[in-house]
Structure formats: structure tokens, C-alpha cells
Design a protein around this ligand. Structure first.
Ligand code: HEC
Ligand code: HEC
Length: 99
């Protein structure tokens, strides 16, 4: 390939890279709340770690149902709660008594 074409090709690749980057930056920020790390949810965190997320998810609807704690109008349907709601990051002392 002759040099001018080579340059054009390089330029095109760089522009393509920038375009892809811009598209990725358009992605909305993470808004899905994580599984709360409070007393209510801590047992489910333990269960999810020990027996897997599916085992923990089977209990969520005991409280998160249309009668007790209805979801917001736009909430996605689906039973894989922990597929979207991440487990809380382990913070040092998070399980210490009184926290
Ligand atoms: C014993 C009842 C109960 C169960 C079971 C339960 N929750 Fe909750 N959940 C609550 C209550 C009450 C709140 C609101 C107060 C709070 O944040 O703890 C809540 C809040 C939440 C929130 C919102 C947090 C926020 O920042 O808005 C998420 C997400 C959530 N729960 C996920 C789950 C998932 C996933 C499960 C199953 C693993 C689950 N919950 C099981 C009672 C429950
Ligand atoms: C496909 C992804 C997805 C799945 C599956 C999912 N959620 Fe959510 N959830 C979200 C998003 C996104 C939000 C934030 C909605 C908003 O801010 O309007 C949310 C918000 C919540 C909230 C805060 C209150 C509300 O209604 O906005 C609770 C509680 C909650 N989810 C519990 C659950 C439980 C329990 C399950 C399983 C039965 C579940 N979610 C399954 C994506 C998901």
C-alpha cells in the first residue's frame, strides 16, 4: 500500500475508535440500587453467597410483592432479582455487631 493511503487508513481507524468510545459514553449511569446491606437483607446476602443467588431470590417476593412493597411503576419484571441488583460490596466491619 502506498503511504498516503496508509495514513488515511490510520486516520479512519482512529476516528472509528473515537466514535465507538463516544457511543459507549452515552450509556446511562448505573441506577439499579444494590441489595441493601441492612439487617433485613443481610440473611439473603449470606444465603446468596452460600447457596447461590437463585436460592436467595426465592424469598424476595415474600416482601417485594404488589401488596406489601409494590415496585415502582417502571420496575422491570423478572425473578432474577440479583441479576440486576448487585450484592453490596463487602466493607470492612460491615457485619460487625451494631452496624
Ligand atoms: C422481610 C422483608 C424483605 C425481604 C424478604 C426482602 N426485602 Fe428488600 N426491602 C425490604 C424493605 C422493608 C425495604 C426498604 C427499606 C430498606 O432499604 O431496607 C427493601 C428495600 C429493597 C431494595 C431497595 C434499596 C434501595 O436503595 O432503594 C432492594 C433493591 C431490595 N430490597 C432487594 C431485595 C432482594 C433482591 C431481596 C431478595 C434477596 C429482598 N429485597 C428481600 C424488605 C424485604
Ligand atoms: C432487569 C433488571 C431487574 C430485575 C430482574 C429486578 N430489578 Fe429491581 N430494580 C431494577 C432497576 C433498574 C431499579 C431502579 C428503578 C428506578 O429507579 O426507577 C430497581 C428498583 C428496585 C427497588 C426499589 C424500589 C422500586 O420499585 O423502584 C426494589 C425494592 C427492587 N428493585 C427489588 C427487586 C426484586 C425483589 C426483584 C426480584 C423479584 C427485582 N428487583 C428484580 C432492575 C431490576
Amino acid at each position: 500500500m502506498r503511504k498516503p493511503y496508509r495514513r488515511l487508513l490510520d486516520l479512519a481507524l482512529v476516528l472509528a475508535g473515537i466514535a465507538i468510545l463516544l457511543v459507549l459514553l452515552q450509556a446511562p449511569p448505573v441506577t439499579t440500587p444494590e441489595l441493601p446491606g441492612d439487617d433485613i437483607h443481610r440473611p439473603f446476602l449470606a444465603l446468596a453467597i452460600k447457596q447461590g443467588k437463585k436460592a436467595a431470590e426465592s424469598s424476595c417476593r415474600n416482601c417485594h410483592n404488589p401488596v406489601d412493597r409494590p415496585f415502582s411503576a417502571g420496575h422491570p419484571t423478572g425473578d432474577r432479582c440479583l441479576f440486576c441488583h448487585r450484592l453490596p460490596a463487602k466493607k470492612p466491619g460491615a457485619t460487625a455487631p451494631g452496624h
